[in-house]
Structure formats: structure tokens, C-alpha cells
Design a protein around this ligand. Sequence first.
Ligand code: NAD
Length: 430
Amino acid sequence: MNISIIGTGYVGLTTGVGFAVKGNEVSCVDIDEKKVERINLGDSPIYEPLLDDYLKRVLDQRRFKATTDLKSAVMNSEVSFISVGTPSGEGGKIDLKFIDQVSKQIGDILKIKDLYHIIVVKSTVIPETTEKVVLKNLEERSGKKAGDDFGVCMNPEFLREGVAMEDFLNPDRVVIGSIDKKSGDVIERLYENFKAPILRTNLKTAEMIKYASNSLLATKISFTNEVGNICKKIGIDVNEVMKGVGLDHRISDKFLNAGCGYGGSCFPKDVEALIGKGRDTGYEPKLLQEVHDTNMRQKVIIVKQLEEKLGDLKGKTISILGLAFKPDSDDIREASSIEIIKKLTEKGANIKTYDPKAMGHMRNVFPDIEYSKSAKEAIKDSDACLILTHWKEFKDLREEDFKEMSNRLIIEGRRILDRERVFGFDGVCW
Ligand code: NAD
């Protein structure tokens, strides 16, 4: 099938490359010319394991290209996936400016396109957006009728950064919301050779499945942190507790890791957007608000622990290992490290950091802190060391890597150090 993908970020690029790997002809569209140029050279603008290899392969096979030419991409494809960003707007509510813009642009193109075309929303959008914003824009701009002249589907993406290619190619499930059987059937065919259950729904149910999934995962994390904070007060290791809890098959051991809070481009904004949508309907989502508040509090707790141990942080040097919101990613959007560095610098601390992949992005946020070439270099001469991302290379740290600290204080925000190799460290809630 000929496919165009509009918005070539973490989701768009992975989706485009993934569909090309599955034998389709794909054009990925983006407004960022530099991004498009890099992609066409086989150099992924994002760090994502396996992505570069797959990208080079599908470029060589001439089944994939990136372009800034939206019109030609839509005209020459049967299906267009919209995967532009849906960031947090005012008061945490979803900001739909990219979705609004791109659906109007596609509507203009549909007006002059004679062949049947299907538009699929892959971006995470709050329930009713596909119908009330995308479909409405498409009909208004094209002068055509959705369901008759063109198709509209909603196909949320569940991939995790860090394992995005694997997740895209081997999803747990594929959800396809559609306004009519015909367009849903076409998208179902596209996923025919994926070994995953396919769930067919209407548009708003598909949208809500994505929000409910992310909110539940975020809830598991905040719940674990809440239990962890109580455990810490009474000297119980929350990790052992959650191991015991997770063995219950009704619960599972996933997303039961205590730490310094969740971040990333999805959980924080999606939980907030669902709270906003709930309020718009006149319902107050108290549980979700608490999930969000607990998460924000968790990022402050680690700073409080530092103050308890070090006193005034003014002039103290704090080394921070890990800036990305999760390992195997260079993404720092809503990363816990940002909030923590902000708090520490406000208190007058000097910051030395190290991250294997995310320092380039973080320089744009904090140009004035120190960036080191290795974990050991960051740790050297610091008064305390915080570990905020679960990078594998931090797992390998040994006692001698911490020998040159001016004061021995290590607090893990992620459970990672090996007690056999590093003696004496603390955890945010263990
Ligand atoms: P991103 O910011 O990495 O990428 C969005 C891309 O869209 C950018 O490259 C931007 O230049 C481009 N863009 C914006 N306006 C455009 C236009 N008019 N035409 C063409 N391109 C345009 O975002 P992302 O992380 O890939 O997320 C995209 C969507 O997928 C969001 O709704 C997000 O919530 C959802 N999602 C993200 C993940 C994830 O792990 N990142 C997982 C599942 C779902």
C-alpha cells in the first residue's frame, strides 16, 4: 500500500519505517527541512535503538523517503497517517494547533484529489477530537463528505521510546476506530501481517483507549511511589514489596518501579489532558489529579533528601547521572531531571551532569550547567550524586568510580546500583 505519514517525530518516523519494513511504500512528511534531509541520508534525528539500521535498509530498498512536500505525498498515497505533536496547552489541556493545521492542509488537497483517500489520526488526541476537529476540517476544506468521499480512522500508537521499533513491529494490540466499515477494513488490512489482536471501535472509543492505558500506567507508578514513601519511613525496601505484589498475575510486575517520578512526552501530558477533558464534561477526576500531584511531589522529595543530608545547597556541587526521561532514548521532554536541576540551581547548587545520549538536548534547556564526558568525570569532586535515569552503563558503576567525590552521598532516583559493587548509597524511597 502507498502510505504518507504527516509529522516525522518519534512516532511518525518509527511508524513510517515500520510500515516500509512490512512491505509498503512510505513517504514521511515534515515541515522541518533539516530533519527531512538527515532522514534521507539514513541518519535518524532521534536516538532510538534499531531505527538507524531499519531506516538504512528501507532507504536502500527505495520503499521509504522523507519529504517536505505534503501535497505530493497525499496525492500519491492511499492512506495518510497524522502523527504531529499534541503537546500540553493552557492549564494542561491538550493543544491541538498542529492537528488543526495539518487537517486543514490535507482537506485542501482532498478537494483536488479524485481518488478515495483515508486519513488516520495516530497522534494521541483527546476523545472527540478526530470527529470534531479533524473530520470537520477535512469536510469543510474539501467540500466532500466523510464516509462517502473519503475515510477517517483513529489508530492510537502504544510504542515505548527506547524500544520503539520493536514495539511498533510487535504490538500487544492494534486499535482501529473508524467512521465506516470500508475505511476501517483498509487499515485492518495494513496490519494483517502484524501478529496482534485487532480491536475495531468507533473514533472516540479508540481515542479513549489510549488515554485510559497511559493513565492506568501512570497510576501504577504513582501508586508505587506512594507506597515507597511510606516504606522509606519505616525502613522497608519498596522494591522487595513490589516484587511480591507483582507476582500476582492480576496485577503484573510491570510499572511497579518506585523512583523520582515519571516523565516523557506522554504520561504527564496525557494524564493532564484527560483531567482537563473530565472537567470540561463537569466531572472532577480526583484520582487522576492525585496521580499527577504525587508524580510532581516525587521530583521534589529527592531535593529535600539532599537538603536533609547536606544542609544549605548553596555552593554545593551536585553530580547528576541521567538526563533522559528513560534509558535508550535522548528524549528529555518532561524528564524528572529538568525539574530537579531547576530546583537545585534555584537553591544555588552547582550542577555537573552526564548522560550517554541526552546532553545535546539538555544544553538547550540549561546552557550554563556543566556537561561531563563520563559518569566518573561528573561524579569527581561532587558533594552528592543523584542517579535519575536507568541507563545500563550506570548499573556497571563500581565503588572506585565514586572514590573522588568530595563528600560521599549517593541517592538513586532509579533502583540501579549493585550493592555488591557500590557500598553505601540511598534511594529516593528505599
Ligand atoms: P514529535 O514532536 O517528536 O514529532 C512531531 C513532528 O511533527 C515534528 O517533527 C514536527 O516538525 C512535525 N510537524 C508539526 N507540524 C507539522 C505539519 N503541519 N506538517 C508536517 N509535520 C509537522 O512528536 P512524537 O513524540 O512523535 O508524538 C507525536 C504524537 O504521538 C503525539 O500525539 C504523542 O502524544 C503521540 N505518541 C507519542 C509517543 C512517544 O513515545 N513519543 C508514543 C505514542 C503516542
